[in-house]
Ligand binder design. Structure first.
Ligand code: 5RP
Length: 246
């Protein structure tokens, strides 16, 4: 009787665990499909003969796969990270140094958070400096996100990364505390430029343009993840059923 009971309990437990694994896979697939929906919509905005700036992150990785269908429109690309360069080259695209390009016609990148003014926060993957450089050099900036990201007060849903010269890490952290943030050193992470990242938590950013400029003034800061001085021109949100445009 006891053995039968144990067998029954084990059977129920393993059924529950299979159901929960299936649910996790389903959720994961849904988010990727939302990212793909956003990426596919972005393809419609790519003009002929484009020099295309390409961001970084999981949504952009899907975009790079999708770019194969509009390869004939793309003269060259400008990359925002070593990882993106590797993926673009593997997909057969020419990757140019920004210094050798007169103008980037369009930049497409993801974001960690955005607000109603299309101001963003970025750098979850640590590529914020090169991303901001390419965004600043681009005529148009399209941001692609999935619908798990909703418009919000910047800083409240995702920490703000700051790229810092390694020797200035503590100095910058103290200055950020004075500005009301809670900086945390991103352990074991080195940026493409050989620097470190401080992720700033619990920072409700009500004046993104002025805070972006203020943080840039701190000695030792290379770049910060507030993208407000140069916001996106368009945000494409991939949903379960299609896309929403801002
Ligand atoms: C990398 C970034 C990414 O664009 C941002 O983190 C969003 O990434 P994902 O598309 O994986 O959600 O800024 O530095």
């Amino acid at each position: 009787m006891n053995r039968q009971f144990s067998f029954f309990v084990i059977l129920i437990l393993s059924l529950c665990s299979s159901l929960s694994a299936a649910k996790t896979t389903e959720t994961y697939m849904d988010v990727n499909q939302m990212k793909r929906n956003a990426a596919q919509e972005a393809l419609k905005y790519i003009p002929d003969n484009v020099t295309l700036g390409v961001g970084s992150g999981s949504t952009v990785n899907i975009l790079i796969e999708e770019l194969a269908t509009v390869k004939h429109k793309i003269n060259a690309t400008v990359s925002s990270s070593k990882e993106t360069t590797k993926r673009l080259k593997a997909a057969g695209f020419t990757v140019l140094d920004l210094n050798s390009v007169d103008e980037v016609n369009l930049y497409i990148d993801g974001s960690d958070a955005y607000n109603d003014l299309k101001q963003l926060t970025k750098g979850g993957g640590g590529a914020l400096t090169q991303e901001k450089i390419v965004a600043s050099a681009s005529k148009e900036f399209i941001c692609v996100v999935d619908e798990t990201k909703q418009p919000s007060v910047l800083g409240t849903t995702f920490p703000i990364p700051i790229e810092v010269i390694p020797s200035a890490r503590s100095l910058v952290a103290r200055e950020i505390v004075k500005l009301g943030g809670q900086p945390k050193y991103r352990e074991g992470f080195v940026t493409d430029n050989g620097n470190v990242i401080l992720d700033v938590y619990n920072w409700e950013i009500n004046e993104p343009i002025s805070l972006e400029a203020q943080v840039n003034q701190i000695t030792g800061v290379v770049c910060n993840g507030i993208f407000a001085a140069r916001p996106a021109n368009k945000i494409i949100v991939g949903t379960q059923d299609g896309v929403r445009l801002y």
